[in-house]
Design a protein around this ligand. Structure first.
Ligand code: ZN
Length: 403
């Protein structure tokens, strides 16, 4: 992994890039104290929640104590649904419970705990290291922290961890739905990579071949080994974690999330904002992304089969780049796996594959298909279809009507 990522850093002319220390193996939690001693950190704060403290925090604490290291423990409080959310309350809890003399934060948990730690650490100028407790998301190694301010989600650029200790003996025992969510986040790369290509060809946005290749290789490796991931055996979880870490490192180096986030993430964000607005229980990020990927794929395939660009002589000059590259884009859409295949993959790992399983209504899906492209200023297939549509996109998706 390291050589590909270093090659990418070189190709992007990223100066002074220092790859985080990454250890993905069984019992890697035991390496944390050696790392801390070698780096001369002294004032440590472990950040976990009740559950992640039980599955990893206690073991880590025991080891640190044995090695003579002092630490302070912060257990983040859950909300009324028993979930730890990256909102103001949680951030303030960590700010107030972190001694100002702290020189290292240790995030022990899933994506949300990492987001809170990376934000607070960034603001207090304290570095952090990562001990993931589930292979649930691709954000461990990136800089972006999706946070909730006054009920609205906003991604803030913060800092990446100095090191990641992904202990396979912990990760393979994580709840199945969390591993399935990690796989769902990876599956989203089918459409995010396509959207990135579309943004390059049509939107003239920055693109990098090697970054796309690394992300695609991780995706294909996970799909090839879906059975092993479904069984949560050591090799399967290692493949998934490597893919999630690599995807995060690619985003870190590019300083944007394009290869890993396209129209499928826009749908997922739209649904999440709706749950926040209604003060409902949150869903796992990757669970939403996986299901959204099946919907975006169905939409793009319908678009490619029904949109007759060759006879669209009235299209304005604005669409000239689309006309020019339509053959190539169409070919890439056709190369996407069928939605049925994606559904089968999600089912194989035991994750949700339908919006009904997520409790997301057809009306909300329809609203997101017609509106979520406005969330970010990004050229995606979803944006183009919305620009070209004559009538609202329906859900379930029936015939699309174009101008
Ligand atoms: Zn994601």
């Amino acid at each position: 992994m390291a050589s590909k990522i270093n090659d990418l850093a070189e190709s992007l002319h990223v100066k002074d890039f220092k790859l985080p220390v990454i250890e993905v193996k069984e019992n890697s939690i035991d390496s944390v104290s050696t790392y801390i001693k070698d780096s001369s950190f002294k004032q440590l704060v472990i950040v976990a929640d009740q559950i992640t403290n039980k599955v990893a925090g206690e073991k880590l604490a025991e080891r640190l104590k044995k090695d003579g290291l002092q630490f302070h423990l912060v257990i983040l409080e859950p909300n009324k649904y028993g979930q730890v959310i990256a909102d103001e309350e949680t951030m303030i809890q960590l700010f107030s419970e972190t001694p100002t003399t702290t020189d290292l934060l240790i995030a022990v948990g899933s994506g949300t705990i990492h987001d809170v730690v990376r934000f607070v650490g960034h603001k207090m100028n304290i570095p952090f290291i990562s001990v993931p407790t589930a292979a649930s998301v691709d954000g461990f190694t990136s800089k972006g922290a999706p946070l909730i301010f006054k009920g609205v989600k906003k991604t803030v650029q913060t800092t990446a961890p100095l090191a990641v200790f992904a202990d396979l003996s912990i990760l393979k025992n994580a709840p199945r739905e969390m591993t399935a969510a990690g796989f769902g986040d990876i599956l989203g790369k089918y459409t995010s990579l396509l959207d990135w290509e579309v943004s390059r060809l049509v939107g003239k946005e920055p693109y990098n071949e090697l970054a796309a290749e690394i992300t695609r290789d991780s995706l294909e490796n996970c799909v090839r080994h879906v059975d092993k991931i479904a069984n949560a055996d050591t090799e399967g979880i290692q493949i998934l974690v490597d893919a999630l870490i690599e995807s995060g490192l690619v985003m870190l180096l590019l300083d944007f999330s394009r290869p890993a986030s396209g129209g499928e993430h826009h749908l997922s964000h739209w649904w999440e904002m709706d749950l926040l607005k209604k003060d409902k229980e949150q869903l796992l990020h990757g669970a939403k992304v996986g299901v959204a990927t099946t919907i975006i794929t169905a939409l793009y395939k319908k678009f490619a089969s029904e949109f007759d660009l060759d006879n669209e002589l009235n299209l304005s000059d604005y669409y000239q780049p689309l006309k020019e590259h339509w053959k190539e884009i169409k070919k890439q859409i056709e190369a996407l796996p069928d939605p049925e295949k994606l559904i089968a993959l999600l089912q194989c790992v035991g994750g949700p594959s339908q919006t009904s399983e997520l409790g997301i209504s057809n009306d909300l899906v329809k609203e997101s298909l017609n509106t979520a492209h406005n969330l970010r200023d990004r050229c995606t297939g979803l944006l183009l279809i919305n620009q070209l549509k004559k009538e609202e996109i329906t859900y379930p998706i029936s015939n699309l009507v174009f101008k």
